[in-house]
Design a protein around this ligand. Structure first.
Ligand code: ADP
Ligand code: MG
Length: 767
C-alpha cells in the first residue's frame, strides 16, 4: 500500500467508476461487482466505501447517484467548475427550455407546450427491463426484449417472394451473437448505426443461429433511461423517439420538482402519495408497487379536477330558492296515489325534498330503468313546488312523450288540485296563446311541453322548478334556456332512462347529484329475452306472426337505414321489403331517422293507435313511449348495439300488463358476441348491464356520453375507478363548500392546476 500514493489510488479508482457510469450503472463493468472493487481499492476513503454499500442491489437511479457522488469526491479540487446551477423551472414555463433547439418542434407536435404538459405526458405503458436476457437465454418461438450492439447491417431480398429484408448482425453484452430481421421495412436500414446499442423486441427463432423478428426497437442513446429499469413508453409520433421523450421528461422532473402538493391539507387523511413523488414514480417507477401508488394518486388528482370543474360549471353552489316541505303534504301526495310507492321511490323523493328545502339550487339527475316509476317522482317535485305557490315545467324531447307526460301528470296532480298545461309546437297559435296566458297569470301551475316551452312568447308567473326528461345529454343548451324563464335560479331535476354506471354519472354528469330508482314496481314481469344466431332468424318472425294473431304489436329494429353490403347490415328499408313478403296480412310500418320529424311522429302515433301491427325502424323510436299492446321486439344485428342500448330497447315492450319478449339476432355469431349478448338473457338489471357494457366496450361507445369541453382522462379508467371518483367528488364538494372560489392560500396550487387544465382543454377545442 505504501508504494501507491493516494493520488494514484484515486486515479485507479476513478477509471472503473467512470466506465460504470458510462455503461449505465448496471454493475457489469467489473467482474465480481463494483462494491468488492471499491472495498478493496478505497480503504483510505471510508466515505466512498460507504457510498457503495449494497451497490449491486440498488436500483440504477441510486447507483448513478452514488457513482456521481464518488466521482466528485475523487476528482476533488481538480474537478472543473460545476456548471452554474440551472434556473429551476416552474410548471408554467415553456417546454422548450427542456429540449435542445433542434428538437423543440417535436414537443409542439405532441401538443406539449409547458413544463407541466411534459410532467403530465404520462407513459402509455411500461416495459420491465430491469433484467434483460442475454441471447443464450432466448427461447424459440417466444417474444423477448434485449439489449444488443450493432455489428453490421445489410439490405437483401428473400429468394422466392422478393421481399425486402433488413438483416442486422448484433451481439449482447456477453458477446453472444444474433441476427435481427425486418421484413419489408427497408427504411429501417438508415435508422440503424453500426456500433450503436439497441433495445429490440421481437419473436425469437432458434435454428442453428438465433434470429429475432423485430417488432419494435429503440436506439438506446447515451443516457441509460432505456434499460436496467422499468422503462416508460410514451405516446409519440413518427420521428419522435422514446429516448428523446424519456430524456425530456427526466429533465422536467429534475428541474421542476418538488412542486407544492395541490391537495396538501387533505392528502394524508386520504392515504395518498405525495404529489412530486407520484410524478417521479409514474414516469420512472422503481417497482410495480411504486407505480400502483403513483397511479392511484395521480388518478385522484385527475378526477378531483374534473369534479371541481363540473361543480364550478354548474354554478358551484348557487343559491336558489328554499321551498317549504310539510310532512302533511308528503302524506297527502302519497295517499292520492293508486299504489304504494316502492322503497326506491320513497328514498329518491326524500333526496329531492331535501334539495328543494335547501337554499341551494337543486341540480339532480334522476336515473331509472324504463318503468321504474320516474314520472311519479317528478309529479311529487312539481306538487311540492305548487304547494309553495311556485310553478313547474317539464320539458320532453318529442311531442309523443310530452303528451304522454301530460296525461300521466294530470292523472297524478289533478286530484290534488293542480292544473297541468300542455304546450306543443304543433298546436295552433290560438291554443298556444291560451296556454301561455294561463301560465303567465299563474292560473296553471305546471307546464308540460317540448322545446315549444322555450320558444318566444312563453313566460311564467313564477317558475320555481324545471324538470327535463332527456334520454341523453344533448339537451344541455335547451335546459339552460328553460332556466332563463325563471326570475331566480329554479331547482332542476333531470330524468334519464339510460342506466349509466355510477362512475360515468359522477363524471359526465358531474354537475348533477345522482338519484337512482333501482327497484321496479311490483307486478312487472321482466321481458323474456332470447339471443338467436343469424341462421335461426326466421324463427323470430314466425313468433312475431303468432303475437300479431293475438292482437299484439311488434317492433323490429335494424341498425342502419340503407343496405350496406360491406358490413352486411340488414337495413330497415330492405328489412321492411323482406317482411312484406314474409308476413302477408300483417300491417307493416316503416320508421327511420332520415324521415322528417313530423312524419316520424305521425307514424309513431298511428302505431300507437293500433293502425299497424309491426313497426320496422332504426333506433329512432323513443325509449319512453308507452304502447301497451306492444309485446315483442326483434333486433337485427344486435351485435352492433351496446348492451345498455339493447336493454333500453327491450324496455319498450310488455308495458301494458302483457308478457313482453325480446329476440336479439346476432348477425355475426362469434362466441364472444354471443357471450356478450347472453348477459341480456341472464340479467334485467339495467345498471349491472351498463357496468358490463362499460367494461366490455369502453366509455366512448356508450350512447350519449360524449361531451366536449371536458378534459379527457389520461390515467383514469371509468370501468375501474368508481371508488376513487367517489372520494374525489366528496373532496371537491368539501373544498368548494368551504372555499367556493378557491381563494384560500392552501388552495392556490389546486387553483393553478385547474386553470392550467381549463387552458389546455380550451386550447384543444380551438384546434
Ligand atoms: P318511467 O317513467 O320510469 O319509465 P313511469 O313513471 O312511467 O316509469 O311508471 C311506469 C308504470 O308504473 C306506470 O304505469 C306507473 O303508473 C306505474 N307505477 C309507478 N310507480 C309504481 C308503484 N310504486 N307501484 C305500482 N305501479 C307503479
Ligand atoms: Mg317515463
Amino acid at each position: 500500500m505504501e508504494s501507491v500514493t493516494q493520488e494514484e489510488l484515486k486515479a485507479r479508482l476513478l477509471k472503473p467508476l467512470l466506465r460504470e457510469l458510462k455503461d449505465g450503472a448496471q454493475d457489469r463493468v467489473v467482474v465480481g461487482g463494483l462494491e468488492a472493487l471499491v472495498e478493496n481499492l478505497a480503504r483510505p476513503f471510508p466515505e466512498i466505501r460507504r457510498l457503495f454499500q449494497g451497490y449491486g442491489e440498488k436500483p440504477p437511479e441510486e447507483r448513478r447517484r452514488a457513482l456521481e457522488a464518488a466521482i466528485r469526491l475523487l476528482q476533488g479540487e481538480e474537478a472543473p467548475d460545476p456548471p452554474p446551477p440551472q434556473a429551476r423551472l416552474a410548471p408554467e414555463d415553456s417546454a422548450h427550455r427542456l429540449a435542445p433547439p433542434q428538437s423543440r418542434k417535436k414537443l409542439s407536435e405532441l401538443g406539449l407546450r409547458t413544463v407541466r404538459d411534459i410532467l403530465h405526458h404520462y407513459p402509455r405503458r411500461y416495459e420491465d427491463r430491469r433484467t434483460l436476457p442475454g441471447v443464450r437465454f432466448l427461447e424459440d418461438g417466444k417474444k423477448a426484449t434485449l439489449q444488443v450492439k450493432v455489428l453490421a447491417k445489410e439490405l437483401t431480398k428473400t429468394p422466392r417472394k422478393g421481399m425486402q429484408l433488413v438483416q442486422v448482425k448484433a451481439q449482447d453484452a456477453w458477446g453472444w451473437r444474433l441476427t435481427l430481421v425486418w421484413f419489408n421495412q427497408p427504411w429501417v436500414l438508415s435508422q440503424i448505426e453500426v456500433g450503436s446499442t439497441l433495445i429490440v423486441t421481437g419473436r425469437v427463432e432458434r435454428r442453428g443461429g438465433v434470429r429475432l423478428f423485430v417488432e419494435h426497437f429503440e436506439d438506446e442513446g447515451t443516457e441509460s433511461l432505456s434499460t436496467g429499469r422499468i422503462v416508460p413508453i410514451y405516446p409519440a409520433k413518427e420521428g419522435i423517439s422514446q429516448a428523446f421523450l424519456r430524456r425530456t421528461v427526466k429533465r422536467a422532473l429534475e428541474e421542476a420538482l418538488p412542486l407544492p402538493d395541490p391537495i396538501a391539507p387533505y392528502r394524508e387523511a386520504l392515504g395518498l402519495w405525495e404529489y412530486s413523488e407520484a410524478l417521479r414514480a409514474i414516469h420512472f417507477p422503481e417497482d410495480e408497487e411504486a407505480l400502483k401508488r403513483a397511479l392511484l394518486r395521480l388518478k385522484f388528482d385527475e378526477y378531483l379536477l374534473l369534479e371541481l370543474k363540473a361543480l364550478l360549471d354548474a354554478g358551484g353552489m348557487v343559491l336558489g330558492r328554499a321551498f317549504r316541505v310539510e310532512p302533511s303534504w308528503v302524506e297527502e301526495f302519497q295517499k292520492s296515489l293508486p299504489f304504494p310507492l316502492t322503497r326506491a321511490q320513497r328514498r329518491v323523493m326524500e333526496e329531492i325534498a331535501k334539495d328543494m328545502e335547501s337554499p341551494r339550487q337543486m341540480a339532480r339527475l334522476l336515473q331509472g330503468d324504463v318503468g321504474s316509476g320516474k314520472t311519479v317522482v317528478a309529479a311529487f317535485a312539481l306538487f311540492l313546488a305548487a304547494r309553495n305557490g311556485a310553478q313547474g315545467a317539464l320539458m320532453a324531447p318529442t311531442e309523443i312523450l310530452a303528451r304522454q307526460h301530460h296525461q300521466n301528470l294530470t292523472r297524478y296532480l289533478f286530484p290534488l288540485g293542480i292544473s297541468v298545461e300542455l304546450l306543443l309546437g304543433s298546436m295552433t297559435a290560438k291554443e298556444k296563446e291560451a296556454a301561455t296566458a294561463r301560465l303567465r297569470s299563474g292560473e296553471a301551475q305546471v307546464a308540460v311541453g317540448t322545446h315549444a316551452l322555450i320558444q318566444e312568447g312563453v313566460g311564467f308567473k313564477d317558475l320555481g322548478l324545471a324538470v327535463v326528461d332527456e334520454e341523453h345529454r344533448f339537451g344541455v343548451l335547451q335546459r339552460r334556456a328553460l332556466l332563463k324563464l325563471a326570475k331566480a335560479p329554479p331547482d332542476v331535476l333531470v330524468m334519464s332512462a339510460t342506466p349509466i354506471p355510477r362512475s360515468l354519472a359522477l363524471t359526465l354528469y358531474g354537475d348533477l347529484e345522482v338519484s337512482v330508482l333501482d327497484e321496479m314496481p311490483p307486478g312487472r314481469t321482466p321481458v323474456k329475452t332470447k339471443v338467436l344466431p343469424h341462421r335461426l332468424r326466421l324463427q323470430a318472425y314466425a313468433f312475431a306472426r303468432e303475437e300479431v294473431k293475438k292482437g299484439h304489436q311488434v317492433y323490429v329494429v335494424a341498425p342502419a337505414i340503407e343496405e350496406n353490403e360491406e358490413l352486411d347490415i340488414r337495413a330497415a328499408t330492405t328489412l321492411y321489403e323482406e317482411l312484406k313478403g314474409l308476413l302477408p296480412g300483417v300491417r307493416l310500418a316503416l320508421l327511420h331517422g332520415k324521415m322528417p320529424a313530423r312524419e316520424k311522429e305521425e307514424v309513431m302515433e298511428a302505431f300507437r293507435r293500433g293502425d299497424y301491427d309491426l313497426l320496422v325502424s332504426t333506433t329512432v323510436i323513443e325509449v319512453g313511449v308507452d304502447i301497451p299492446r306492444a309485446t315483442l321486439i326483434i333486433v337485427e344485428n344486435a351485435e352492433r348495439f351496446g348492451l345498455a342500448q339493447l336493454h333500453q330497447l327491450r324496455g319498450r315492450v310488455g308495458r301494458g300488463g302483457l308478457e313482453g319478449y325480446a329476440i336479439f339476432i346476432a348477425g355475426e355469431a362469434s362466441q364472444k358476441t354471443l357471450k356478450r349478448l347472453k348477459i341480456l338473457e341472464a340479467s334485467t338489471d339495467g345498471f349491472y348491464i351498463a357496468e358490463m357494457d362499460l367494461k366490455l366496450r369502453g366509455p366512448g361507445e356508450l350512447r350519449g356520453t360524449r361531451q366536449s369541453g371536458y378534459p379527457e382522462l389520461r390515467l383514469g379508467d371509468l370501468a375501474e375507478d368508481t371508488d376513487i371518483i367517489e372520494k374525489a367528488r366528496a373532496l371537491a364538494k368539501r373544498i368548494l363548500e368551504a372555499d367556493p372560489d378557491l381563494s384560500r392560500p392552501e388552495h392556490q396550487a389546486l387553483r393553478r392546476e385547474l386553470q392550467a387544465q381549463a387552458e389546455r382543454v380550451g386550447f384543444r377545442e380551438v384546434i
